[in-house]
Ligand binder design. Sequence first.
Ligand code: ATP
Length: 134
Amino acid sequence: MKTLNVSVVTPDGPVLDGTYEMVSCRAEGGELGILPGHIPLVAPLTISAVRLKSENNTEYVAVNGGFVEVRPDQVTILAQSAEKPSDIDVDRAQQAKERAEQRLNSKREDDVDFKRAQIALQRAINRIDIANHQ
Ligand code: ATP
């Protein structure tokens, strides 16, 4: 079985390095399923899960935007932040979710803050979802 080397890197350092059979991630243009030998590409990522499949299991990483760079035997994900399920602090994400929801429910005075709260809410929901995949 052919495999792919996968690296997930953030400004704080590497989050994951490994060898997998398939990588799935959500780019802004839609879901990408990457197998060994994929044509080279670079695509912007959404706030979403990266799924890393090997023969017997699937690992998950929560990514907050960034880019995926695909080469035939290597996938590199450069994310603003990224966490494995075991590194996610669910209470922190729950608090971030509640803060964002309060901002979204309060009187809408500033579009920039509103947009920021929507994105913070997506980050929190993504982390809470992925923390369930331990
Ligand atoms: P918060 O409001 O709780 O700070 P945030 O979405 O604003 O959350 P980010 O700016 O995306 O946080 O991330 C800042 C740093 O904190 C990154 O290193 C990220 O991996 C880490 N981080 C954020 N939330 C969590 C969490 N719930 N569990 C673990 N690490 C987290």
